[in-house]
Ligand binder design. Structure first.
Ligand SMILES: NC(=O)c1ccc[n+]([C@@H]2O[C@H](COP(=O)([O-])OP(=O)(O)OC[C@H]3O[C@@H](n4cnc5c(N)ncnc54)[C@H](OP(=O)(O)O)[C@@H]3O)[C@@H](O)[C@H]2O)c1
Length: 286
């Protein structure tokens, strides 16, 4: 990955940080997108110590805020000319329903819109990169979803952390499929993945049930270094060349759930998200 640039959201913790460490050690320039300067600086030290490569840069952004993504996205476009790999990774599960400043349900805003809008602002940079890869960390949790209530995408009628999280990860797969189709003629590879069940800080914002269950389950989980394997593979392996629109698990193409293969649902979620974001043409910044 020498001479290649990789942007990773949520690179200060868990899977994102381990992905950054490995790709940094392989010689990549790392752009960390994080919301806390302190947590990002601490992680940056660890990444550099591990990789012996100090080409690591911090960009601050609250990925649950439309305004914050726009501000950092526009600034980044002035700072760098191109990007080889974009890894949408930052995400969480929330124990209770919270609203963002934009009035959106937090899981929907961070896990789905954060990926969508981040990619919208950075697509031009990927177009100018040599590797042309967009990766989204989804989850096997999408399989827990049996239907989508299109009249209540913000979960205002009923909120339960696991299905709400599962739906946000289903939307990551939809996003991957539609975007891959839209830009397939440009040679850009758009894929998503399940990282495994990984011992990270994930669950810290979930409810008491998850907080009790997670520590008990940790010994059955893989560590974050192993959890980063598929992200690293999709970012760097030449074997991924020419593969787009796929869902990966354990480093291999896997079939997502039946619901995740419903193209009309994927298109509907895409259209609704475009409306919420006020975007006319994806990847085109006026
Ligand atoms: N762990 C698993 O078993 C598992 C399984 C399937 C999928 N995943 C997915 O893997 C991805 C990474 O999760 P992880 O397990 O590595 O969890 P993690 O250790 O909690 O890392 C999550 C990262 O997202 C960042 N983040 C959260 N809210 C943010 C915001 N508003 N703005 C900017 N950054 C924000 C966090 O930053 P802070 O440190 O500032 O909070 C952190 O860097 C997530 O998308 C998750 O859904 C995880």
């Amino acid at each position: 990955m020498k001479g290649k640039s990789v942007l990773i959201t949520g690179a200060n913790s868990g899977i994102g940080k381990e992905t950054a460490k490995t790709l940094s050690r392989e010689g990549a320039t790392i752009h960390m997108v994080c919301r806390s300067r302190k947590r990002a600086e601490d992680a940056k030290k660890d990444i550099i110590k591990y990789s012996k490569n100090d080409d690591v840069h911090i960009h601050l952004c609250d990925l649950a805020s439309i305004g914050s993504i726009k501000e950092y996205g526009l600034k980044l476009r002035e700072e760098i000319d191109s990007l080889d790999v974009l890894i949408n990774n930052a995400g969480a599960m929330f124990g209770s329903r919270q609203l963002t400043l934009d009035g959106l349900e937090m899981t929907f805003a961070l896990n789905h819109m954060g990926y969508f809008l981040n990619t919208h602002y950075l697509l031009d940079l990927i177009r100018k990169g040599s590797m042309k890869r967009i990766i989204s960390v989804a989850s096997v949790g999408h399989r827990s979803v049996s239907k989508i209530d299109f009249n209540d995408l913000q979960s205002s009628k009923r909120y339960s952390q696991i299905p709400v999280y599962g739906r946000s990860k289903l939307y990551n797969i939809y996003f991957t499929q539609i975007l891959a189709d839209k830009i397939k003629d440009e040679g850009i590879m758009v894929n998503c993945l399940h990282p495994g069940v990984v011992s990270t800080n994930f669950g810290n914002t979930a409810n008491w049930y998850m907080k009790v269950a997670l520590p008990l389950g940790r010994r059955f989980m893989i560590n974050a270094t192993k959890g980063a394997t598929t992200s690293v593979y999709l970012a760097s392996s030449p074997k991924v060349n020419g593969i787009t629109g796929k869902y990966f698990d354990k480093g291999k193409i896997a079939e997502p759930s039946k619901l995740a293969r419903k193209r009309e649902h994927a298109q509907r979620i895409w259209d609704i998200t475009m409306d919420i974001c006020g975007i006319n043409e994806f990847g085109v910044i006026d």
